[in-house]
Design a protein around this ligand. Sequence first.
Ligand code: G3P
Ligand code: CA
Length: 256
Amino acid sequence: MTLVVAHRGAAAVAPENTMEAYRRAVEMGADAIELDVHLTSDGKLAVIHDETLERTTDLTGSLASMTLKQIRAADAGFRFAAPDGTFPFRGKGFKVPTLEEVLKWLPDGIGLVVEVKARAATAPTIEALRGSPVREAGAVTVISFEEVTIEEARALDPEIQTGYLLVPSQPIEPALIYAVEHGHGAVHPYEGDLGLDPGPILSVASAYGRLLGCYVVNDPERMQQLAAYGLWGFVTDAPDVGRQALGPKPSQPTLS
Ligand code: G3P
Ligand code: CA
C-alpha cells in the first residue's frame, strides 16, 4: 500500500508545520505526517522547516540562537496566504510546535516522517521518539539529506527506520547502495528524478531491498502511477487529493 504522507501537514490549506496543518492532514485521510525539526538554543525541538523564522512567522531570527520561549512568541500562521490574498490564520494563536507536542497529539494509526534539518537535533530527536507509541508501532521514519545525520540516528537507535533524502538530480542507484551498506531502509529522491516511467528505478530499488519514497507529488495521475509501481509513499501538500487518488484507507484513525 502506497502511503499518503502530508508534507509539513496539509500545507496547501493551512500554515505549514502547525498543529492545524497536521489535524487537517489527518482529517483528509493522510497515512502519515512529514515534519521538520530544528534544535533551539536551550536544547528543545522546534518543528519548523527553515533555520530562521521570517518566511513563515511574524518574527525574525535563527532557531539555533533562540530559546523555545522566544520562538513560541511567533505567530506561525502569519504568512499563510489564501488563494484570495487574505491571511486567514493570522492572530489565531498558532505557534511553532515542539516535537513532543506532536508526539503527544499524534493519533493511533498515523505514521510520522521526521526530517532532521539540523544535525544537532539528531540525538534529542531520537530521545524524544524513544518509547513513543508511533516508535513502538514501527510507524516512524527519520530522514535527512545529510548522511551523517541518519547514520547517527541509527547508531543511537538501531531499530529505528531511517531514510536517505536526495537533492534534485542526485543519482538514485548509488544512494540505494549506500542505504544497503548503512542499513537505511529507504531512499527518498525528488519526484522528477523517478522519470516519466518510474518502473525501472522502482525495480532497481526492489532488487536492493530498499523502499523508495519521493517528494513532492500533488498531481493525482502521477500519484496513481507511482502507486501502481509500488512506491512506498509520496509526500504531498494535498493529502485529500492523495487519498482520493489512491482510494479509502481500511479504517479511519481516531482524532484526539
Ligand atoms: O520529505 C522530503 C521533503 O520534505 C524534503 O524537502 O524542503 O520540504 O524539507 P523539504
Ligand atoms: Ca521536509
